[in-house]
Write a new protein. Structure first.
Ligand code: CO8
Length: 298
């Protein structure tokens, strides 16, 4: 894949990601089937609704079966965030999942299996950009975690401002189980929530926390029954929006500045590491075995 063909992907995704105008309330879905490897067409993968009264958008991640983060899917999310950011009437976004019992299972592992160097590079850059957008957005962000939230899933939830999770699911960074290491900026955003030692310990072990432990540690802010997660997220969002937007955003910027500065100065090196590391034969073998183990557990 060349930069030109990525430009084409972004262009196609852009055409698909339609953020409803303030007066529209119905869900909008987006068509892009030929670019996606998932069982869901890209048309169905991301749905955005906007509620004029609350001034809150909901981004439904619906890339079945597990919201695996492929290049096209990340691009769609990124474009949608950009559009919401620019929609002045929008003050907040709730990120929810349309996949049963899974908020997000992380990166689509297929992106890392026998990749072309060009696609791998664009994939990682796009992921870095999406994380930065979410981590720094002026919008109030709430993750409605109705199921497992693993690795790249935790990247999304930990970049948000507030998290509501259903009980009896798993959340955290399990990258070492795949023979890979989470990038420093993702580690930083988890460390900001649960502190150094818990991050170090769980990172080294690839430990996934139960919802209940995640609540105790601060990796999520509330645990409520699964059918109430979205309602709770909406109620919490309404409460958060009582704080004046600019003061809230400036406070967030202040608190996250160090993480962002570190990210900006290290992102090129991080990209090089990823692009050089993933194609290594030993890593490819481990990734293959991991995928096989996922299939064989059935
Ligand atoms: N990518 C691609 N496919 C996946 C992924 C994934 N991350 N997760 C699951 N799938 C596939 C499964 O293989 C299965 O495919 P098929 O139907 O063809 O057999 C299908 O999705 C459904 O999965 P399950 O049957 O396992 O569904 P369950 O509901 O039983 O379980 C889980 C859901 C708990 C989410 C389970 O699928 C799981 O544990 N998945 C693996 C999650 C994981 O390990 N994610 C880590 C991804 S790597 C990542 O995000 C790293 C970020 C930083 C990288 C740093 C690099 C240097």
């Amino acid at each position: 894949m060349t930069m030109r063909s990525f430009g084409l992907i972004r262009q196609c995704c852009n055409a698909l990601v339609r953020v409803p105008l303030a007066r529209e309330k119905s869900p909008v879905s987006l068509p892009i089937s030929h670019l996606s490897r998932s069982l869901t067409t890209a048309a169905e993968a991301l749905k955005i609704t906007y509620d004029e009264k609350s001034e809150v958008a909901t981004m439904h991640l619906c890339r079945k079966p597990v919201n695996g983060l492929s290049l096209e899917f990340i691009t769609q999310i990124s474009i949608a965030l950009e559009k919401l950011e620019n929609e002045r009437s929008c003050r907040g976004v709730i990120i929810s999942s349309g996949c049963d019992n899974v908020f997000c299972a992380g990166l689509d592992i297929n992106e890392m299996l026998r990749p072309t160097p060009e696609r791998l590079e664009i994939f990682w850059k796009t992921l870095q950009d999406m994380w930065l957008q979410l981590f720094t957005t002026r919008l109030m962000t709430v993750a409605a975690i109705t199921g497992h939230c693993i690795a790249g899933g935790c990247l999304i939830s930990s970049a948000c401002d507030h998290r509501v999770m259903a009980p009896n699911f798993k959340i955290g960074l399990n990258e070492v189980k795949l023979g890979i290491v989470a990038p420093f900026w993702l580690v930083d955003s988890v460390k900001n929530l649960i502190g150094y030692r818990q991050t170090e310990w769980s990172l080294m072990k690839g430990h996934l926390f139960s919802s209940e432990d995640a609540l105790r540690l601060g990796l999520v802010d509330k645990v409520v029954p699964q059918d109430q997660v979205v309602l709770q997220a909406e109620a919490d969002m309404a409460e958060w929006l009582q704080v004046p937007d600019s003061a809230r955003h400036l406070s967030k910027t202040l608190m996250r500045r160090d993480t962002v500065v570190r990210f900006r100065s290290g992102r090129e090196a991080d990209l090089k590491t990823f692009v050089n590391y993933i194609p290594k034969e030993s890593i490819q073998k481990t990734l293959h075995s991991y995928v096989e183990s996922l299939k064989s557990k059935k």
